[in-house]
Structure formats: structure tokens, C-alpha cells
Design a protein around this ligand. Sequence first.
Ligand code: ARG
Length: 577
Amino acid sequence: MADPLSTVADLLAPVFADIAGAPADPVVRPSDRADAQVNGALPLAKQLDVNPREIAQRVVDSGVLADVCSEVEIAGPGFVNLTFDDAFLARQLAAVAADERLGVAPAPTAKRVVVDYSAPNVAKEMHVGHLRSTVIGDALVRMHEFLGHTVLRENHIGDWGRPFGMLIEHLLDIGEDVAAEGMQQGDLDGFYKAANAKFNDDEAFQARARDRVVKLQSYDPETIELWQRLVAMSNDYFNRVYGKLDVLLTDDDLMGESEYQSLMPTVYDELVAADLVTESDGAEVVFPPGFTNRDNEPLPLIVKSSAGAFMYATSDLACVYDRVQRLGADLMLYVVGAPQAQHFQMVFAVARMAGWLTDEVEAVHVPFGSILGDDRKMLRSRSGDAVKLVELLDEAVDRAAAAVAEKNPDLDGDAQAAVARTIGIGAVKYADLSTDRIKDYVFDWDRMLAFDGNTAPYLQYAHARLCSIFRRAGVDRNEVRGGAMALDTAQERQLAQRLLAYPSVLDDTVATYSPHKLCTYLFDLAQDITGFYEHCPVLRDDVDDDTRASRLVLCDVSASTLEHALGLLGIAAPSEM
Ligand code: ARG
């Protein structure tokens, strides 16, 4: 049930192998001039030193495409233009419509995939970078799971280190209730700043904070308990954000920096034993080959500071160690902002030198750009502080509620609120996912909430509109699945081919960890649906029964594909809005 391009590639593979005397790629691609084109004759002709049109002719003469193409034509220097047979497309699509997986096969080899994402810092506001990591990571998790991989979600929160001395002392000063109250409201930065101010101004406090760090690092039970409460308060807040965002993360996925403390001495000892550690400016470092600064001097990865403390890099080395050895990862994704690119490249390089990262394991930093405000600078709140995520998400829902009330005043209150939530949160997520992740993008309420353009509301609306056809017809969608199809118009053919391309788009999206590719596909799909909707009546009286039945299948599989793909992005598609 592969998409037509792969069907053609499979049929042509033996023909090309025969001509080449060895396997040769027929290079089947979508085309502007026909439905598809075969481009493989040109490179093969070069290799064999023959005229490419001769090879193209052999492709035509082979007759292997008779069942799938109504036209096979040589063009230009040796391309072969293909027009798919309508009945073939209809058969393929009918099979997809009856398939729960919409034609998407599970990956040939199931991997153990570790996804490191979200990773906010305790007692600090989650910033919009954490939003991006959370949303992109969540989409990648869902896609990998759907393809049959075992996914291990790792939320590497920043929950350890020197600042916890002052944070715990501040917690003791203001009392737990006050602290919890502030953090529930998302004022994590307020807590942090107050602690920091005292640390700078008050020597006695500074001394207490220092003692407290020592106690924390020696796992003094009372200190650990205080630390745990502080972490829990932060996590309560993070969980509220995750709940609003509708992502898969739970407390079971927490794997903060603190969890790697006991492993760091081992990691360090092994580096020393492997003779990789050298001294540099009083610190203990590893120099991975190939990394240099602007003056072309080798760049060190610091594993132990001059004060004898393990570093962020050391905890990431421990992470690699743990994920490979204990979790048995085949693939590790780190969904972290672009500024940490060099950090990860160096960590991976050192892990390879130490033998923890072998050729069988793939470690990939999945970087992303920044979210900008209207002024094209990093997004800030009006007061100039970091934007509070909870407030941002609530505003999205409020704005969506206003739009829904205007668009569909008949929807009852509860339904309206639910739809507003789905649209508002969907809009924020989709705005993030639909731009190439490596680029910065401007946060723009009006654009992301618009009901036209490449937005979540536009796609959700396309889905709801298809669902409404079934409501009006009084037809159960399950009943139409498996029915025969006929593709009579250009719009139906176009839509059918788009739907059949879903598996290969998903493959490409996952292979490049680029959710925006799936978004672009969804936007194209929604436009094809609109074209179909405008030209191909379904329920009108003058439509004959067979045509109506076929078009209902097309509506059903279109709606299912929209809903499914949005689902992989972590976005819901209401059936009414
Ligand atoms: N907590 C870090 C930050 O906010 C991100 C951690 C990313 N994951 C990792 N394994 N280093 O920048």
C-alpha cells in the first residue's frame, strides 16, 4: 500500500538493474508536467556511456507500468513522464482509507530512542526556549512512537548546583507556603531574584548559603528534604504548563542533573584512566580533536572546575554514558536551542573518545532558533521580563475563545470553551512547529490564530468542515471505509495523490527531525481539500449514488489524515468548531 511513487520505483527496480547489470535507482520524483517522472536514465546513461533516451525507451518498452500508468512518455534528454491510471490511484486510496495506519508502515527496525527535551531549570521561569523544546520534542516523540520505536522521554531539568544553597536558605526565610504560592502563580524568577539579591547584599546569608551547598552535596538528610520540596514546587508549576500544553511529559520522565551526580565520579575516573584528562588554567579538561576557538587554539571541555566541582559538561557526559549503558539507546535526540550546539558536539566527541558512544549509537543535537517579539528581538513581556508561559498560553485560549464565539455562536458554553482551548493551544504549537526549527520566528498572535494561511485553526477548520458533511448526511464514517472509489475530477485526483504521499512525507519529516515538513504537507492537503470542496459536490441532489459514496470515502480519509497528522504534532482536531 505504498504511495504511487514507491510503487513505480519498485516496479522499475528490476528494469534498471537489468540495464545496469547491478542495482540502480530509477529516481522517481513528483513532477510539474505529469504526475511523476523517472529521472534515473540520465545518471545511468552517463555511467554506461550510452544515450539516455535509449534507456528511457527500454523503460517504456518494458511495459511494467501498464497497470499503474495511463501514460508513459519520454521527454527531453531522457526523462520519462508518468501519468497515473485513475483506477490505480482509486484502488490505492481505497486501501489507505480502510487502513487504521493510513498507509504508514512501521519502521523496518524498531529502535530505542531517547528524547531529551523541555528541560527547564528549577526555581527559574520556563522561558520560551523551553516552550520550543517541549513542543518540538513532544512532536518527535509522538512520531517515533507511531513508527513503532520505543521512546524514552527524558526531562533533564536543572535541579542541582551551587545556586541551590541560596535557594534553600531563601525558602527557609520566607517559609514554604509563601514560596509555593508564588511559584504556583508562575513567579519562579521572583523567588530566584530575591534569593540572589540577598546573597549579594547580606554576608550572613551568603555564609549560610555556602554551608547549605556543602550540606546538599554531602546529602545531609534535612537539606535533601528541603531541596526536594523546592524541586517539587517547581515541578508543580512545570506540570501546569505541560497540562495546558497537552504534551506527554509526566513526573516519570524527570531525569534532572541531580540524577547523574553519583555517576559523575565514574565518568571522570574513566576519562582519567583513558588518559584523556589534562590540566588547563587550573581546571581539568579534555581536548577533543577538531575543536578550536577563534585564535585557532584547541577548545577544552571542562570536566572538573579549578574548585574541584563537576560541570554541566560532566553531567552531559554522564547522560550519554547512562543512556547508552543502562537505557540501551540506539538513537539519542537532544532537543535544545542552537546556542548549545558546540557544547553537544564536544560532549559527543569526548564520549566517542572514551568509547561510550560507539558507531552503533547515533547522538543528534536537534537545535532550534529563538522566538522573537514584534521588534525582532527575543520575546519579552511588556515589563521587559521573561514571558510567563502560563500567561502566554492563557492568552492564546482567551483570544481563541473570542474568535470561536464570533464564528459559531450556536455552540454551547462548554463546547465553546473546549474548542477555544484546542484552537488556542493548537495555534501556539503550530506556529512553532511550522517554521523550519533552526530559524527564528516572530511571535504574532493575529497570524497564528488566523483561519486562513498555514495555521492550526485553518487545518482544524478544514477537518471540522469535513466532519460536518457526515453530520448533515447522517452517515457514520465507519460505514464508508472500505468502499470503492472513483476519481472523476482533477480535484479528486489531486487530493488522492496528496493523501497517498502521507507515508513518504512522514518518513522525510522523521528522518530530518523537521516537523515543519509535515506542516507544509498539511497546508497543501488543506488547500487540496478546499479545491475538492469547491468543485465536487457530495450531498447535492444531482450527485449520483456511486459518486457520492466515493466522495464520502474521500472526505473520510481526508479528515482522518488531517486529524492523524495534527495528532502527531500534538494538536487536536475537534469535529465541530
Ligand atoms: N536545563 C538546560 C537549559 O535550560 C537544558 C538541558 C538540556 N539537556 C541536556 N542534556 N543538557 O539550558
